[in-house]
Design a protein. Structure first.
Length: 362
């Protein structure tokens, strides 16, 4: 979002130009102005390049899916600062974005002052976070969650560059006044003991999982399975979803889970420092949360904010909400390893605020 303050996003109007760019025959600067499609400005004249991330991300993916993407993969669009440089001067642009331009040039080996940057949306717009109350306490009593890991400032659109500021705000200004409330309520309450049966049961469950993983000794690396899961999430549970795609995604995630628990290979020892084992334990959780994300997206038959179901959109391509059916927060309860999660609903009742469908056309 920061770069889109002055940058203009575009792709070629002609498919043949896109193919030449993908083949490396020409550069973005070689495309004449009249052959450039500034598609965000065309679709959203009131907001242009400053539409929210989820809107801009879906639009970029749509153009690339249609074959107009650039880069050798076809999975990129141009972010062009030539107008800003001409209007403000190179020194002003460098002062505002120089560090980002420098990082881009180191990665891509191309000067963004002379040729437009190539960008493509990432997964971060699906971030939500752990539930917390107004004192940042999770559903586990005594466990607090701060920064971007909690959902408090996340809605339809992630706050741009909010990770550091949210962490600072929570750490400096919120927690000192909330944790002490919890601590004052706990005076005289003994600390949790490792002798408690609940602690022993949790420790045994983790050890059983480790033993099971180390005993598989299959043929697939953790990274290869993780990469396959990531592609499934991108293709079927990403920014634009359909019922058909989500059902297919769930089937593929179930297959990934079976492959993981029967064919993963973890070298080394369980009792030593083992990076592959750590990655495998995280991947086991990623598989579960990935499936839950697909199940959650499938049950919500509407488009609202960052959640976009392609079957539910206005004729102009805007998100089509169904507040009469889905005006609630959905929370899923874990029911066991092989059981379907249970949906718990918390109604969203607004006394003073009128709910409206977002519209960036006007």
């Amino acid at each position: 979002m920061t770069l889109r303050n002055d940058g203009r996003i575009w792709v070629p109007k002609k498919l043949e130009d896109a193919k030449r760019l993908q083949a490396g025959e020409i550069k973005g600067r070689d495309i004449p102005e009249e052959d450039r499609d500034y598609y965000l400005e065309r679709r959203y004249p009131a907001f242009g390049n400053l539409v929210p991330r989820d809107v801009a991300s879906r639009a970029a993916k749509e153009r690339c899916d249609k074959g107009y993407g650039v880069n050798n993969t076809g999975l990129a669009v141009f972010l062009d600062f030539s107008d800003a440089i001409q209007r403000l001067g190179k020194d002003v642009v460098a002062q505002k974005y120089g560090n980002l331009f420098q990082m881009y040039e180191k990665i891509v080996d191309e000067n963004p002052y002379e040729n437009p940057m190539m960008i493509f949306p990432a997964i971060h717009y699906t971030m939500g976070g752990i539930w917390v109350d107004y004192e940042l306490q999770t559903t586990v009593k005594g466990l607090f969650c701060i920064g971007e890991a909690n959902f408090s400032d996340h809605g339809a659109n992630r706050l741009g560059a909010s990770a550091l500021m949210q962490g600072l705000a929570d750490g400096y200004f919120v927690l000192p006044y909330t944790i002490q409330n919890y601590l004052s309520d706990q005076i005289g309450v003994p600390r949790m003991s490792t002798d408690l049966p609940e602690f022993a049961a949790a420790e045994k469950a983790v050890q059983d999982k480790i033993d099971k993983l180390m005993a598989i000794q299959g043929k697939r690396s953790v990274d290869s399975i993780h990469k396959e899961l990531g592609l499934i999430m991108w293709d079927f549970v990403g920014m634009g979803r359909t019922a058909e795609g989500l059902k297919e995604g769930i089937k593929k995630i179930d297959a990934i889970k079976k492959e993981f628990w029967t064919n993963v290979y973890i070298p080394g020892e369980a009792n030593a420092l083992n990076n592959e084992l750590e990655k495998a334990l995280r991947l086991a959780d990623f598989i579960e949360i990935g499936r839950l994300m697909a199940v959650d997206a499938l049950h919500r038959e509407e488009s609202c904010g960052g959640h976009f179901r392609e079957e539910y959109q206005t004729p102009e391509g805007e998100a089509l909400r169904q507040d009469d059916k889905f005006a609630y927060v959905g929370c899923w309860k874990y029911m066991g390893e092989d059981a379907e999660p249970q949906l718990i609903k918390e109604p969203l009742d607004y006394e003073f605020t009128e709910r409206k469908t977002r519209n960036y056309k006007n």
